[in-house]
Design a binder for this molecule. Structure first.
Ligand SMILES: [Zn+2]
Ligand SMILES: [Zn+2]
Length: 254
């Protein structure tokens, strides 16, 4: 399995993460924060499935742009996967003919922009040789994390979450778990804000990864750009041997 955290910035050296999108094996995107700003329309059109963890803007910001970029390049059209809550919010609040045209219904000359597919919590789907299990986590809007498995490796991407339980129980059953991309949004000094917004600090990150019984690589993501140096320092002082800071634009091969 090849997985990369898509850069947020058009400056290629920039490691600041403003947005969230992962690209898996070129054909599957997990979240659409930056996938529509990635390289060229033709490269974006290789993505056949987009899974949306939740509808916060940093996870869907580039979805309209992505769909416009690949229109007419992608046949059959891309499928957007999300929970019922996610799909309903996309229709009501984004593709509502005010913020953006209703790409869900529009089909110029019979060509659709997208198909929708509903994710059910705990029910795995099979996509391009991968088994992907959506698992609810604890964030301020309905949010699904993902366990992604092929025949050699499993990767856990809990997405945005405060302290949570179920996803760790599921991860502990994945014998081939190789990596966890876990958020560490705020510095420890902002624990109050992390609690209200249901995100993690390095201290909370530490408590979460202790729920994992398997020796996977721990890759910190979703680090608030303004506090990046402080958060990275606090993460590194946790004494976790298998901890790394996820490198944007780098392809992890698992
Ligand atoms: Zn969020
Ligand atoms: Zn987020």
């Amino acid at each position: 399995m090849r997985i990369s955290l898509v850069p947020s910035s058009t400056s290629s050296e920039n490691q600041l993460q403003f947005l969230t999108s992962y690209l898996i094996n070129d054909t599957i995107a997990l979240d659409a924060g930056s996938i529509g700003f990635y390289r060229t329309p033709r490269e974006q059109a290789r993505v056949k499935h987009v899974l949306i963890s939740h509808t916060h803007m940093d996870h869907v910001a580039s979805l309209p742009i992505f769909l416009e970029n690949i229109f007419n390049l992608s046949s059959p059209c891309v499928t957007i996967h999300g929970s019922e809550a996610v799909l309903e919010t996309l229709q009501r609040d984004l593709f509502n003919n005010r913020l953006w045209p209703d790409f869900i219904s529009l089909a110029p000359n019979g060509v659709r922009f997208l198909n929708l597919s509903t994710l059910r919590p705990g029910v795995p789907i099979e996509l391009d040789g991968l088994k992907i299990t959506p698992i609810p986590v604890d964030h301020v809007v309905p949010t699904l994390g993902f366990l992604i498995e092929d025949d050699k490796a499993a990767v856990l991407i809990p997405s945005d979450t405060g302290p949570t339980e179920e996803i760790w129980q599921r991860a502990n059953q994945a014998a081939n778990l190789k990596a966890v991309f876990l958020e560490s949004c705020f510095p420890n000094s902002m624990a109050g804000l992390a609690e209200i917004s249901k995100h993690l600090t390095p201290e909370k990150f530490f408590r979460e990864v202790k729920k994992l019984k398997l020796p996977a690589a721990l890759l910190a993501v979703h680090i608030k750009p303004l506090f990046r140096d402080q958060i990275v320092q606090e993460l590194q002082s946790l004494g976790l041997k298998n901890l790394g800071i996820a490198r944007m634009g780098f392809e992890y091969v698992l």
